[in-house]
Design a protein around this ligand. Structure first.
Ligand SMILES: NC(=O)c1ccc[n+]([C@@H]2O[C@H](COP(=O)([O-])OP(=O)(O)OC[C@H]3O[C@@H](n4cnc5c(N)ncnc54)[C@H](OP(=O)(O)O)[C@@H]3O)[C@@H](O)[C@H]2O)c1
Length: 162
């Protein structure tokens, strides 16, 4: 199984503020949907409760320490990252969607990182962990300029392990 992390972050590694995304980038949403179509997601309980959360129609595993945490019909819970991955063992690729706590716990076991780099600095309270370039290398990158719909320049960057 390929374990992929997918995130959008600013130049100062912000991924969220007050449990939501700090920007509006429809192009990122479209790219996210293209990359993750038909795949199952793993996410932390706080991200699952975010107003602008993204979720998979085919099923999500929500990591929480709470017993009997209520989730939607297609979704399930797991008491930790390892248990979440075990639940999806039959999948060829799963996407870990965050947030900060879950990215920090999963970057060391990930095979691939799909990062949207938003070329601006934001104030935030949730951050993506440092990407160690002695461990990760860029396998693909495309750069885009801000336009009427997307307020910042941005890049879609894929990292694989060296
Ligand atoms: N830009 C992006 O790509 C992106 C993507 C996703 C999220 N975000 C942002 O990230 C922020 C949320 O991140 P966050 O770090 O605050 O929260 P989070 O990682 O989404 O969720 C944290 C929760 O996950 C559970 N958890 C974490 N580690 C666990 C473990 N080892 N075992 C069992 N349960 C565990 C706990 O749930 P319980 O408290 O229920 O036990 C914990 O409170 C928001 O601002 C959101 O908008 C950004």
């Amino acid at each position: 199984m390929v374990i992929s992390l997918i995130a959008a972050m600013s130049e100062n590694r912000v991924i969220g503020v007050q449990n939501r995304l700090p920007w509006n980038l429809p192009a990122d949403l479209a790219n996210f949907k293209r990359i993750t179509a038909g795949k199952k997601f793993i996410m932390g309980r706080k991200s699952y409760e975010a107003e602008d959360k993204l979720f998979s129609d085919t099923g999500n595993v929500i990591i929480t320490r709470q017993k009997n945490y209520p989730v939607a019909a297609n979704d399930t819970t797991a008491p930790g990252l390892r248990e979440a991955i075990e639940k999806l063992q039959k999948e060829t690729e799963v996407f870990i969607l965050g947030g900060a706590e879950i990215f920090t716990q999963s970057i060391d076991i990930a095979d691939k990182l799909y990062i949207t780099l938003v070329h601006s600095k934001f104030i935030g309270d949730a951050f993506f962990p440092e990407i160690d370039l002695t461990i990760w290398k860029i396998s693909k990158q495309s750069n885009f300029s801000a336009d009427e719909e997307n307020s910042c320049d941005y890049s879609f960057i894929e990292y694989i392990r060296r």
